[in-house]
Design a protein around this ligand. Structure first.
Ligand code: HEM
Length: 367
């Protein structure tokens, strides 16, 4: 799919992440909602990723403050310590998903939100069950597990919000609870749904981006050598940032997002009817040779590398500065410690197509 088509469609107000705010399922001639997914559907209705118009602007404005580049930059040292800790005392062969890619993003987003350490083991399984519902087609078992995870996760956030009402802390849940109390700006359902969204969106793609980056660097030794050489120098922040962006362009953790057609329109000679759903292939746009010269090569000096990995337009990723910082610091720490890492022969299995990440990546190290 062409980069310029995706980029135009993402800025076009005649498309939206949701259509049910303007037309009901009946009016659209859709079959009734899936009865297995009542909790999941209610969750989708109340978080910003699936909202349009004023509701979206209102909530996005409230939470964006927690993710400004300067607030995020203050987390740099904490992030560095967390990665170094996760790389301590590992055997010479280990699963880099479990020991490197997962712990950092989960801990950082849980700390930002204010999820106590003792409860963090609950987040990954809930998130994993929920994100399976974004894949194309699922069994009864997956539907039930995902819906149950939303119910349990929602109850957990409600209880935590209740505790913060009584004893406020310096975390995002407290900030959102105070907004909720201040003047009906955030309903209880919105508070819960958006906390779940942040906890899930705040780690899934970063975990997947980190493990895919190790795989890509293994297959591109010159790019890997460039970064290993940079670990010995201090003034390389901009190289790590370019490297993260290039690796995220090269292997896009969230390859596809959908948009609803809100009104009839013609686009690039194609007639689009209200109620159609378009699959926008961000990963494909990221390899469009009309936009990126030699797109299948990794080039950390690539100019104007405005890839689609974090989206574009009104739903542009709120967490992009955080994800970039985490990935840059984590990759640097990994290559500092394991400059000669190798990947043994192994079958590579991915979690899904929409949320695409390695289930496991065995890494062999000699230092
Ligand atoms: C490598 C990591 C990440 C990738 C690739 C990624 C990608 C994306 C993309 C593509 C979108 C827009 C979806 C669309 O166009 O329909 C998005 C939205 C969003 N992301 Fe991320 N994201 C990442 C990390 C994060 C982190 C760390 C957070 C932290 C909270 C986060 C929170 C969000 C939220 C809340 C939205 C919804 C924004 C809105 O609808 O206005 N993401 N992300």
């Amino acid at each position: 799919m062409r980069y310029d088509h995706i980029s135009q469609l993402l800025r076009d107000k005649r498309l939206g992440r949701s259509i049910f705010h303007i037309l009901s399922r009946d009016e659209l001639g859709f079959p009734p909602a899936d009865p297995r997914l009542t909790a999941f559907d209610a969750f989708q209705e109340h978080h910003i990723l699936d909202m349009e118009g004023r509701g979206h602007t209102r909530i996005r404005g409230l939470v964006q403050k927690a993710f400004t580049p300067s607030r995020v930059e203050n987390l740099r040292l904490r992030i560095r310590d967390l990665v170094r800790e996760s790389l301590e005392n590992l055997p010479t062969t280990f699963d880099a998903v479990k020991h490197f890619a997962e712990p950092l993003p989960v801990t950082v987003i849980a700390e930002l939100l204010g999820v106590p350490k003792a409860d963090r083991h609950l987040l990954r399984p809930w998130s994993a069950a929920i994100v399976k519902l974004y894949e194309l087609g699922y069994s009864d078992e997956i539907a039930t597990a995902g819906n149950t995870a939303v119910l349990e996760f929602s109850q957990y956030i409600q209880d935590l919000a209740g505790q913060r009402r009584l004893e406020p802390q310096d975390d995002l849940i407290t900030a959102l609870v105070q907004v909720e109390e201040a003047g009906e700006k955030l309903s209880s359902a919105e508070l819960v749904a958006n906390c779940i969204l942040f906890l899930n969106a705040g780690h899934e793609a970063t975990v997947n981006g980190l493990s895919s980056a190790l795989l890509a660097l293994h297959h591109h030794p010159a790019a890997k050598a460039e970064l290993v050489a940079a670990t010995a120098r201090a003034d390389t922040d901009s190289l790590w940032q370019s490297a993260v962006d290039e690796l995220l362009r090269f292997d896009t953790p969230l390859p596809m997002f959908e948009r609803w057609v809100l009104e009839d329109m013609d686009f690039a000679g194609v007639e689009l009817k209200q109620g159609m759903e378009l699959a926008l292939m961000y990963a494909s746009g990221n390899r469009d040779p009309n936009r990126f010269a030699a797109p299948n090569q990794i080039n950390f000096s690539r100019e104007n590398n405005q890839h689609l990995t974090f989206g574009l337009g009104t739903h542009y990723c709120i967490g992009a500065p955080l994800a970039r910082l985490e990935m840059g610091v984590a990759l640097r720490a990994f290559l500092e410690k394991f400059p000669n890492y190798q990947l043994p022969e192994q079958p590579l299995e991915y979690t899904g197509f929409v949320i695409r990440g390695l289930k496991q990546l065995l890494v062999q190290t000699s230092s």
